[in-house]
Design a protein around this ligand. Structure first.
Ligand code: SF4
Length: 169
């Protein structure tokens, strides 16, 4: 089993970095929602459910069990949002339900729009660029910091954590 291996003490990342990351994330989500609503209308409820789930259910199943619950964490500062919605659960860990909710929510929110962009090369390239911008800023801002500082054991199972450790530690 992979273990977390912090190489520096945790601190908040700069507000400017969070702002850039959040702008890239919101742009991808907004464009994805638009594409699905316009070109795959029947799938829009699925996209909306996945997006709502990512901002609520995943916060409950993951963030309430994280060392950064209630903080301006490196992941879009979402530890603050989690604390506004749910009580902390420090004695619980990330379970299969959490992994499944995260995987399905991200797939619906960010990958489903590719099906709506399919068939039009400009539309597809534009969404692919926004998706790449979201993913790369998240890796640079969130995952790089997490890989260097995390102490919550279940974070070591995250594929992005493992990739970021190989690159930045
Ligand atoms: S670091 Fe990740 S799991 Fe922890 S509070 Fe922030 S968004 Fe949630």
């Amino acid at each position: 089993m992979v273990e977390v291996e912090p190489v520096q003490q945790w601190c908040e990342v700069s507000p400017a970095a969070i702002a850039v990351e959040s702008a890239a994330g919101l742009a991808a989500i907004a464009a994805g929602g638009y594409l699905v609503a316009r070109y795959r209308r029947k799938l829009f409820p699925l996209w909306a459910a996945a997006t709502t789930s990512w901002f609520t259910l995943c916060k409950y199943l993951i963030c309430t069990r994280c060392e950064h619950y209630g903080k301006k964490c490196e992941f879009y500062n979402l530890g603050l949002l989690a604390a506004r919605m749910f009580s902390p659960q420090p004695d619980r860990t990330l379970t299969r339900a959490g992994y499944a909710a995260e995987g399905l929510s991200v797939a619906g929110m960010l990958l489903l729009p590719f099906t709506a962009a399919w068939g039009d090369s400009k539309r597809f390239a534009a969404y692919a660029a926004l998706f790449a911008s979201q993913w790369s800023t998240q890796m640079l801002v969130s995952c790089r910091h997490c890989a260097r500082t995390a102490t919550t054991p279940w974070k070591a199972q995250c594929p992005s954590y493992q990739l970021a450790r190989r690159i930045w530690t």
